[in-house]
Write a protein that binds this ligand. Sequence first.
Ligand code: HEM
Length: 402
Amino acid sequence: MVTTQYNPFIPEVHANPYPMYVRLRAEDPVQWSELMETWVLTRYDDIVAVLADSRFSADRRQAQNRFAQQAQKIQEEFGAFGRTQTMLSSDPPLHTRLRKLVSKAFTPRMVEGLLPRIQEIVDERLDAVQEAGRMDIIQDLAYPLPVIVIAEMLGIPPRDRDQFKHWSDEIILTLNGPLTSPDMLERARKSAHELTEYFRGVIEERRKEPGGDLISGLIAAEEQGQILSEDEMLTTAMLLLVAGNETTTNLIGNGMLALLRNPDQLRKLRDDPSLIQTAIEELLRYDGPVQATGRVATEDMEIDGHPVKKGQVAFCVLGAANRDPAKFENPDQLDVTRHPNEHVAFGDGIHFCLGAPLARAEGQIALRTLLRRFPDLSLETDNLQWGGTFILRGLKGLPISL
Ligand code: HEM
């Protein structure tokens, strides 16, 4: 028997990676991938163990493979954004300091205060399409919502929003690693520089005149006498923008598609909106926006008898962990009442998604409102295009009739 090889670049796999995950988990759950030059992990327990293991580093610059070398090249092009470590790519004690400081400005209470505004944005978006009787969930709702929210949180004026979103989209293109074409790289580089300059201006303004926004919060955040340096503030603002946009778009898009393809579950949720919390967790588990993340071994070790060498990457396929039958009963079945649901769609361990409360709030309000206002919505076509990268999973469009 020929063992299945991890290859997310085949078009059918890009459209639906889950059958490949089933085979990998059964045949070769800790696989050395020649294609990726990484270890590919698809079992829940192995992935959770790596994400909790301090012998693994989140600083991908230490990795010895072509993806990492490409990433390094990209980073070098990115000015302050490349020079400075973000919390996502740093280890303690730097990670601890950055995360503590940013958590002070980015609190669950702040998210709670945003709920009425998120509802208002969703309602405005749906008002705009109501008469037409149809909409594209991505273009009309899922794409604009998170960028409006994060732009407002950062205190970015509405006139700059489109530009702001464009920069974020261009930077995300580079997640394709070695598949990033020179043209994509150039566009991303240009956007990173423009966005950096833009944020520099905003920071300067807020230093003179602080407001209630997140950048003012970052300027004010002090922990044990330490403050964020200007470069750290810049990269943090950019991280919040880049980490929160496409992911939240894809939660709403992938989530709505999963419901439309499982009409009994859609009906259940529509008839009992109090299920929205368990439903969003289940949609994150079932078809999460972030399919994978990586960690670099800082010493030689073993995973399940396989020799992992210092500098090698453990590529953790979160989307596969979330369908592991050893962890979840009937993993391929969507169940909006599933509880408990310890999925890893937001990662695990010290890098657990800082924006999770915000993403959950946006997802819950968007889907609840869609189903309340348009109880009979249906998919217009089954011919859907998947965009994104092999790491960020999401649809290009999701046309529905209301
Ligand atoms: C459904 C939407 C989202 C998903 C699925 C998601 C997923 C993730 C995952 C998997 C990680 C961990 C990555 C790793 O361990 O390497 C992460 C980290 C992070 N996310 Fe999210 N995210 C979402 C939305 C957001 C939003 C809205 C924000 C902020 C506005 C955000 C900010 C962050 C930050 C700052 C980190 C780094 C945390 C750290 O390193 O300590 N995310 N996210």
